[in-house]
Design a protein around this ligand. Sequence first.
Ligand SMILES: [Fe+2]
Ligand SMILES: [Fe+2]
Length: 332
Amino acid sequence: MKLKLITSIVFIWHHFYIMDKSLFLKIKLSTIQPSKILTFNVYVLINGHFTLYLKLGDAFDPIKLQTLMSRSQNDFFYVHHTEWKNYKEYIQEVLRSTTASPLEKATILRESSVALMEELYEHPDVNVALNNSRPIISDFVSFIKHEPEAMGHLISLSGHDFYTYNHSLDVAIYSLGLGQIIGFSEKELEELGIAALFHDIGKRNVSLDILCKKGNLSPEEWTIMQQHTTYGFAILNQNPTISDGIKNACFEHHESFLGNGYPQQLTGQEIHPFARIVAITDTYDAMTTQRSYNVPLKPYDALRIMKEQLSGRYDPQMLKALYGVLFQLKAA
Ligand SMILES: [Fe+2]
Ligand SMILES: [Fe+2]
C-alpha cells in the first residue's frame, strides 16, 4: 500500500515535471554545431511530453542536422533549465573557436539570443529580465569588438519577421552598430544595448487587440498605444538602480528632433542620445522588416524616406551614422 502511494506520488510529480513548459527553454538547431559533443540533453515535445531526443555526450550527425533544419523543425528543440548554463557555455565555446566562420558565429549568437528574448520579455520582474539580458548584450559587444565583419553579418540576419522579441533584438543590434560608429565606450554600448532591448517594454500594458490590429488604429486606440512610452518609464522607474539612459530610451524614443513627438515634445539635444538612436533604429527596423500585412522596404529606400520625407524627426548626425553601419553590411 505504502509502495503504491509512493509510486503514484512519483508518477504525479514526474507527470507535472514533464508537462511544465517553464522548466524547458527552446533552442534553435541553427545554434548547434554538427559533430560537436553535446554538454546537455536535447528534448523534443511530443504530445505535450518532453522526450529525450539526444543525450549529453552524443553529437548531432551533420547530415541529420541539415535534414532537420531544412524541414524547418528547428523551432521545436528544448534544453532543461538545469542545463541551460551548459548550453550557454557550449555557445561561448563556439563563439571563441577559430573553426566557425564569422557568419556562423553571428547566426549562433543571434539565434541563441532570440530564444531568450521571449523569456526576458515575458518575465514579470523587470529587474530580473534586465539583469539576465546583460550577459547577452555583453556577448554582442565583445563579438562586434573582436570581429570586424560581425556587424555586417548580424544585420544581414535581421529583419526577417516582426515579432516583438525579434524586433527588440534587431533594434539592439542596429543601435550597437550605430553606437560603435559614433565612438561609444564598451560600457556605454552595453547600456545602449539593454536600453534598445527594453525600449518597448511598456507595450506589455497595452492590450493585444491594439498591438496586433492589422488595420489602422482608431484615434482612441492610438492614444492608448502612445502610452507605451509612459508605461515603460513607470515600469523601469520602480528600480532606482536602472540607469537614466535605459529609462530615457524607453520614455523618449518617440520624441521627434524638431519637437513634435510624444510624450513630452522634447527637441534636439534635450532628447537623451540613447533615445535619439533608438528612434532611428526602431523606425528603420519597422520599415525593413517583413510583416504579415506589408512589404518590407529595401535598406536604402527606408533610409531615403527617413532622410527626405521624415527629415526633422531624427538627429541628422545619428542618421548619417546609420548609413555608416549599413555600409558595413554592404562590405560584408
Ligand atoms: Fe515604441
Ligand atoms: Fe519599437
